[in-house]
Design a protein around this ligand. Structure first.
Ligand SMILES: *Cc1c(COP(=O)(O)O)cnc(C)c1O
Length: 419
């Protein structure tokens, strides 16, 4: 498999952009080798600049739930181009997208659109602090909520991949507002609330984790999150930037039957264009400017291209509920009968094959994975035309554009690695 042109672009890019990439995990640092520069994508396929073709399990890290270049989304973007690309004034389209989200996710009584998942979590946190008049936040080790200063404490995703526990550049005063606890630990949560319950503004979590690899919450943990936040007057924030509309139309909160105070969205709701959203309880969101005293704004927020792509995505999902059982079926098949020495975690179309025999329930157990062996596995799959995430600590994503034949081909490639 040729990588000549990707290598040349990487060399050129490294002089221009740190690591030649605009987001760290793309650089293949933890698995080694040359990141493939992508020329184009279609359905469940990626094509690189050297003419190699891959079955895509990254799905742009979540947004490509119905595959690349879906005709509904392309048509919506083309239509949006005829009206203009940004106005800095409100449009009806934004209300339609808000209505679609609110219709799918009952806890979202009001929301605000932003431009990324990071902006959504950053703003939700500010609103939680403004509403409660408290400063502290509980997050969980290995969860990633975007590159929000105070949340880059024991964070997952690229921080886990690169082995950075706490990033430089965040003032101590900011990280001191964060209490990082082990995921799924009811006891740690109880202790934190017992000690500082009257100072805690919010608990934020990935309701199914994707960013330390896929990790699933226990029912006891979910129950404790609800009862302890309620008891102590803290807000429960579900960061559904990854899981929203991906695991179910109503997100992880629909799967688990939980009504968080606030939620954040991104990824799927933009249909492949940059967007984010945060919202929840009406009394809380009523504190946001211009109605209330908590400030948050955005020049390109509600951008007509992104909103149109997102609307087309959410309408497609609403009119094609069969995609979820289909994704469940084909992803279950992909993850069936894991090879010896591998622990597979999966919810719906999100999965991770951890190279460990230890059940993975939190960041500590995720870290028992043999990342060197994972790197070999990753490159074996790549050489067979299968593109998994270039990190042990990320989830894989199957799209509705994946066929049963794609899944069987991928299974064959996996089996050959272990043969
Ligand atoms: C991707 C992600 C974010 C950050 O979103 P960006 O659009 O990359 O800023 C936040 N939270 C979760 C759970 C994510 O998966």
């Amino acid at each position: 498999m040729s990588t000549t042109r990707s290598e040349a672009l990487l060399a050129r890019g490294q002089n221009l952009i740190p690591g030649g990439v605009n987001s760290p995990v793309r650089a293949f640092r933890s698995v080694g080798g040359t990141p493939r520069f992508i020329a184009r994508a279609q359905g469940a396929r990626l094509f690189d600049v050297d003419g190699n073709e891959f079955i895509d399990y990254i799905g742009s890290w979540g947004p490509m739930l119905i595959g690349h270049r879906h005709p509904d989304i392309l048509a919506a973007i083309e239509k949006a181009l005829t009206i203009g690309t940004s106005f800095g004034a409100p449009t009806e389209l934004e209300l339609e997208l808000a209505e679609e989200i609110i219709d799918a996710v009952p806890s979202m009584e009001m929301l605000r659109l932003v431009n990324s998942g990071t902006e959504a979590t950053m703003s939700a946190l500010r609103v939680a602090r403004g509403f409660t008049g408290r400063d502290l936040t509980i997050k969980f080790e290995g969860c990633y909520h975007g590159h929000v200063d105070s949340l880059l404490v024991k964070a997952g995703s690229g921080m886990a991949t690169l082995g950075i526990a706490d990033t430089q550049g965040v003032p101590k005063g900011f990280s001191d507002t964060t209490i990082a606890l082990p995921y799924n630990s009811v006891e740690a949560l109880e202790v934190a609330f017992a000690e500082r319950g009257d100072q805690i503004a919010a608990v934020i979590l990935e309701p199914v984790v994707g960013n330390m690899g896929c990790v699933i919450p226990t029912p006891e943990f979910l129950k404790a999150l609800q009862t302890l936040t309620q008891k102590h007057g803290a807000l429960l924030i579900f960061d559904e930037v990854m899981t929203g509309f991906l695991l179910a139309r109503g997100g992880a909160q629909e799967l688990f039957g939980i009504r968080p105070d606030l939620s954040t969205f991104g990824k799927v709701i933009g249909g492949g264009l940059p967007i984010g959203a945060y919202g929840g309880r009406r009394d809380v969101m009523s504190k946001v400017a211009p109605v209330g005293p908590i400030y948050q704004a955005g020049t390109l927020s509600g951008n007509p291209l992104a909103v149109s792509a997102g609307l087309a995505m959410l309408r497609h999902i609403k009119t094609h509920p069969e995609i979820y059982p289909y994704l469940e079926k084909i992803t279950a098949r992909l993850c069936e009968a894991p090879p010896p020495g591998v622990t597979v975690n999966r919810v719906g179309s999100m999965f991770t094959m951890f190279f460990t025999e230890t059940p993975v329930t939190d960041y500590e157990t995720a870290k028992t994975s043999d990342t060197a062996r994972f790197g070999k596995f990753f490159h074996h799959l790549l050489s067979e035309g299968v593109y998994f995430a270039p990190s042990q600590f990320e989830a894989g994503f199957v799209s509705a554009a994946h066929t049963e034949e794609d899944i069987e081909r991928t299974r064959g490639a996996i089996q050959r690695f272990f043969a």
